[in-house]
Design a binder for this molecule. Structure first.
Ligand SMILES: [Zn+2]
Length: 225
């Protein structure tokens, strides 16, 4: 079965200082609601999976109520290193999301580029965040989303070694349910209505489709996807 996965980051006004380039991934509440309405009424509605990265407070305060209003679920990938920091989700917020019927996954501890970390640091990012989130959620955690969408063979091998069954990238386009590596498309602030419509229809520009295919062939030849 094909899936079409969207990634959101922040909704509304950030309540923390953003990293360089991060503002491009924050959208207004109106825009967010507009996209959810389009998903709700889309002919392929059942194909969609909605995800959130970075554990911003807007996940709980703004996004989750709008999702519930439309009977849509989502998976939230949180950063355990940002618990108790202004503008980010904390442990109780994660439990609230669970109570609202949402799912939780790991985005690591400190939002680092997993493809460039030494082995012991990558083990810590993936293992420690998973254990803490399992403790908070009270059940096993199976999925992680990859910061900045940057990964390599070692990243995927370590994810598997740490017990993850699904890794979410940012490669764009449709993906197949059940595969270890799941491509997603990030929604950005500067996207026009036409671009959003293309994404919701599963369209991937030719250049990007080619890059994604080459990358996938490389990973498959190394036996990691
Ligand atoms: Zn992120």
């Amino acid at each position: 079965m094909k899936r079409r996965i969207l990634t959101f980051h922040g909704i509304g006004e950030p309540e923390r200082v953003l990293d360089h380039g991060e503002a491009d991934y924050w959208i207004s509440l109106d825009r967010f609601c507009d996209i959810l309405d389009r998903v709700s009424h889309h002919v392929d509605r059942d194909k969609f999976l909605i995800t959130f990265d970075d554990g911003n407070l807007s996940d709980l305060r703004l996004a989750a109520p709008e999702l519930c209003r439309r009977d849509l679920g989502a998976e939230f990938f949180v950063l355990t290193g940002r618990f108790d920091k202004t503008g980010s989700l904390d442990r109780n917020d994660v439990r609230c999301l669970l109570k609202m019927g949402m799912r939780i996954g790991s985005h690591g501890i400190d939002h680092r580029d997993w493809s460039s970390l030494p082995d012991f640091e990558l083990t810590r990012e993936l293992g420690q965040s998973k254990r803490l989130l399992e403790e908070i959620c009270g059940h096993r955690l199976h999925s992680a989303s990859i910061p900045f969408g940057r990964y390599n063979r070692a990243t995927l091998a370590k994810l598997r070694a740490c017990g993850y069954e699904t890794a979410y990238s940012s490669d764009g386009g449709d993906t197949t349910l059940g595969r270890f590596l799941q491509a997603r498309t990030s929604i950005r602030r500067n996207m026009t209505d036409a671009m959003i419509e293309q994404i919701l229809d599963g369209y991937l520009p030719a250049g990007r489709r080619l890059r994604r295919a080459v990358r996938m062939i490389k990973m498959m030849s190394k036996g990691v996807v």
